[in-house]
Ligand binder design. Structure first.
Ligand code: ADP
Ligand code: MG
Length: 303
């Protein structure tokens, strides 16, 4: 199932939480929705899941418009809200049964057992939700989002407040779910988006700042900076290294190793290689250091 967000604007009073937002999520994609606090991530997700209406614009799920009175369509969506409202007095099993009845299905014992297994709740499934740790409560939240086997999964900050082991567990769950579902998850953590998703959408102040496949996200800054670590077999001349097209700096590290920085989209490695050949140097190593998502994010959101 696909998600199509078209020119969505959301006003809270006079504040624009979303400003003419458009993007598509294709069937089977895992999309990371990345942005600083207050960017509009949760607002967008509440609109996609039909919990609040947009002020203007439309959201289509598999071609059909999302509205609060379209229970059929909402049933195809699993949603983990940011402040996952759980019922502390309910037992885990009881809660999952209750949630499935809200979706208009009766999850039998087998279905509930299956979900408890998949979400790693087995050791705690006899407890009351209120007595669970934050990590397990988050798993209950995921279980309720998955209980009706939705084709679309919307997860709002699914790993916030969890310890590293719990984070790893939840990320694996998201990746597994992503094999057969369309997944959109929000995060303000760069590494999370890098670790889990196929595509990254960056939002800031209610506006989409970037929408790229993960491997292309660095190109969106417009001023791509490439950092290359290289080693030659003999000493090289710094002035000559600086003559290579697009190279803006050449730092000597040690021995015959250099860190070369270049601007622009053109891959500078072939140019360094040609430079070496024409100067009778052998290239021992030539390694591109990826600028990380965090850096891209700071550049785009100006934070
Ligand atoms: P994010 O999830 O990216 O942190 P939100 O979507 O929660 O961002 O919020 C976007 C902006 O809208 C923020 O400035 C927030 O204060 C504001 N906002 C969110 N919900 C409400 C609301 N119910 N009433 C008024 N303002 C809101
Ligand atoms: Mg939020």
């Amino acid at each position: 199932m696909s998600i199509s967000v078209r020119e969505v604007t959301k006003l809270y009073g006079s504040q624009k939480a979303l400003d003419n937002v458009s993007f598509e999520v294709k069937t089977g994609e895992i999309v990371g929705f990345l942005g600083p606090n207050g960017a509009g991530k949760s607002t967008m997700m509440k609109i996609i899941t039909g919990f609040i209406p947009a002020s203007s614009g439309t959201v289509l799920v598999n071609g059909t418009g999302i509205t609060s009175d379209n229970p059929e369509l909402r049933r195809t969506i699993g949603y983990l809200p940011e402040n996952n409202p759980l019922y502390p007095e309910m037992y885990v099993r009881e809660y999952l049964g209750f949630v499935s009845s809200l979706y208009g299905i009766t999850a039998d014992k087998k279905r509930i057992d299956g979900i408890i297994e998949v979400t790693g709740l087995s050791p705690e499934h006899r407890k009351k939700i209120g007595s669970l740790s934050k990590g397990f409560r988050q798993r209950v939240g995921l279980a309720q989002a998955l209980i009706h086997d939705p084709q679309v999964l919307i997860l709002d900050e699914a790993t916030s407040g969890l310890d590293p082991n719990q984070v790893a567990g939840i990320r694996n769950l998201i990746r597994d779910a992503g094999r057969e579902k369309t997944v959109m998850f929000s995060t303000h953590i760069m590494q999370e988006a890098e670790a889990v998703c196929d595509r990254i959408i960056i939002i800031s102040n209610g506006k989409i700042m970037a929408d790229e496949l993960k491997e292309n996200i660095h190109s969106v800054t417009g001023r791509t900076r490439q950092v290359i670590r290289t080693e030659f077999d003999r000493p090289a001349d710094q002035a000559m290294l600086l003559n290579i097209r697009n190279v803006v700096s050449a730092k000597h590290v040690s021995g015959n190793q250099w860190i070369i920085e270049a601007e622009g989209q053109e891959d500078v490695r072939p140019l360094i290689f040609s430079f070496a050949v024409s100067n009778n140097l052998a290239v021992i190593s030539l390694q591109k250091e990826e600028s990380n998502l965090e850096e891209v994010f700071r550049l785009i959101t100006g934070g």
